[in-house]
Design a protein around this ligand. Structure first.
Ligand SMILES: [Zn+2]
Length: 338
């Protein structure tokens, strides 16, 4: 108990400290990056690409999508690899407060990490020519919490984005959970049997990362319903789940229960790396539902040799364990087995 208290005291000493040096964006906000982003995201709002449309909407000209915020300060692959190499060679710069917090938690056994929340607040739209710098402060570190993933501490960083004249343009709170692997809700493994008696218990399938936006899908699957997110304002269906409608921008949504009928739009056969919870070779399909949205799922009753684009499939549900049920499709002409 006193150990817990002393770790808490050590952690709390970091709250309010700068997480590390400020980072300046490699490039100013620019149109080519905006264009690539909106095309990759399938965002057709003209204010990001058409000067006239942006002016008609009351902006001085083209603006950057607000959610590109982090893109403007990313250091890039080469710098990331160099930082990794420096760390391995022991020539990395002195540990930042953030590094020290991570190290304290690692040493106390909280070695796993998962990002849990990201809240962004925009002060004004970013326009080409803005050159951002971000600084970061350790905002909060929770006491020890018991979560579904395991026992851990939540660590929240607050990032402030400023432009070339030092004006605050956006803030972001980013929260992670550092937890002890194996202390979550999953049942403890059965006592090990001698190797010649019984095979080791099968590891559970990986858990989905649940968010406010996507948990309806997995709750639906538990009830053996295939749900599609639907915009309340204009009726457009969307998948994967996200907060707002790409067509009309509405944040209001409900769900539609899909018929479960679809076709294989594309598929891959996964051979490596092999995760013990799955059987290989593993057919992973992109299924186009008759409602029009597509989702990624496993297909049963099909082999790498018989899998084919255009195959009519129908949904079934598999209860993998007490917590996880998922849609698994099968060829439509096959009798349902579940
Ligand atoms: Zn809509």
């Amino acid at each position: 108990m006193s150990e817990v208290r002393s770790l808490d005291a050590e952690l709390q000493a970091f709250v309010g400290q700068s997480s590390g040096p400020a980072t300046k964006g490699r490039h100013p906000v620019n149109e080519p990056m905006i264009t690539h982003w909106v095309e990759a995201m399938g965002d057709h709002n003209p204010v990001y690409v058409d000067d006239e449309a942006a002016k008609a909407a009351g902006f001085p000209g083209i603006i950057a999508p607000p959610t590109m915020l982090q893109a403007w300060i990313m250091r890039g692959l080469r710098a990331s690899l160099q930082a990794d190499a420096a760390r391995e060679a022991g020539t990395a710069p002195a540990d930042s407060a953030s590094d020290q917090v991570m190290q304290l938690l690692d040493e106390a056994g909280f070695t796993s990490v998962v990002a849990t929340n990201c809240d962004q607040h925009y002060e004004r739209p970013l326009v080409p020519g803005d050159h951002l710098e971000v600084s970061s402060v350790i905002d909060a570190i929770s006491g020890e919490k018991r979560t579904g993933l395991g026992i851990g501490h939540f660590v929240t960083n607050r990032l402030e984005y400023r432009d070339q004249s030092g004006e605050l343009v956006a803030t972001m709170r980013f929260r992670i959970l550092k937890f002890k692997p194996g202390t979550g809700a999953a049942k403890p493994a059965a006592p090990a049997a001698p190797a010649d008696e019984a095979p080791a218990p099968r590891p559970l399938r990986p858990r989905p990362a649940l968010t406010e936006d996507n948990s309806f899908f997995f709750e639906g699957a538990k009830q053996h319903k295939l749900l599609i997110q639907r915009c309340v304002a204009c009726g457009t269906l969307r998948h994967p789940p996200r907060p707002s409608c790409a067509v009309c921008r509405s944040f209001d949504w409900d769900t539609l229960e899909a018929s479960g009928k679809g076709t294989i739009y594309s598929f891959v056969v996964n051979h490596y790396p092999q995760v013990p919870a799955f059987d290989y070779p593993l057919v992973v399909a992109l299924v186009e539902l008759e409602e029009g949205t597509r989702l990624i799922a496993n297909v049963s009753g099909i082999t790498p040799e018989t899998a084919a684009i255009g195959t009519a499939v129908e949904v079934g549900f598999e209860d993998f364990d007490d917590e996880l049920s998922l849609p698994v499709f099968h060829p439509a002409d096959e009798t349902r087995t579940n």
